[in-house]
Design a protein around this ligand. Structure first.
Ligand code: HEM
Length: 155
């Protein structure tokens, strides 16, 4: 990545943007017939924790790792929940709607990077949600621009 290119986290608008996103998202989740039962016992802090996690994935401060147990803790939170493909799809769909509603950048590059992690992350959540997931989830995933850096006209 060329020097001075903002991380996807910065491009999105930093912590505030991710907090806005998850506040909107879990508002929808609570009312969704497929997902409401899955999240019936969710902690009030859950949306904020997921925002902190996503912020770290996209290049923000490593606060979920430092304060909330990191990737292994996140993975363990899914253990035994047996997430179905229908639930996963709805989770992705509501999150993408929420990205629009929360005013996250809508440029093709940011949304490509965002969707890339979300597709991987939700499919991994299914893996973690089995009775016998891998013993460790591995290091915290980090997503950078990859094939689609911010597009600059003429650049
Ligand atoms: C990219 C995808 C995902 C990410 C980044 C993610 C992130 C997280 C995190 C960080 C936690 C722990 C929160 C904490 O530390 O308090 C968590 C818990 C949880 N996740 Fe996920 N998750 C993802 C996908 C899913 C999916 C697809 C489902 C189900 C459809 C799901 C269901 C849950 C549930 C039920 C909990 C426990 C909530 C509670 O009772 O407090 N997650 N998730």
């Amino acid at each position: 990545m060329s020097e001075g290119t903002p991380s996807p986290y910065e491009w999105a608008g930093g912590d505030e943007a991710f907090q806005r996103l998850t506040a909107v998202f879990y508002g929808h989740v609570r009312k969704d017939p497929v997902l409401a039962p899955v999240f019936a016992h969710m902690d009030d802090e859950h949306p904020a924790h997921v925002a902190t996690f996503l912020a770290e994935v996209f290049g923000g401060p490593a606060r979920y790792s430092a304060e909330h147990g990191g990737h292994d803790h996140m993975a363990r939170m899914h253990l035994g929940r047996h997430i179905t493909e229908e639930q996963r799809r709805r989770w992705v769909s509501l999150l993408m709607d929420s990205a629009d509603e929360a005013g996250l950048p809508a440029d093709p590059e940011f949304r490509a990077v965002f969707s890339y992690y979300i597709e991987w992350g939700t499919r991994m959540a299914i893996v973690y949600s089995g009775d016998d997931p891998p013993p460790t989830a591995g290091p915290m995933p980090t997503w950078d621009w990859g094939q689609t850096p911010p597009w600059r006209p003429g650049g």
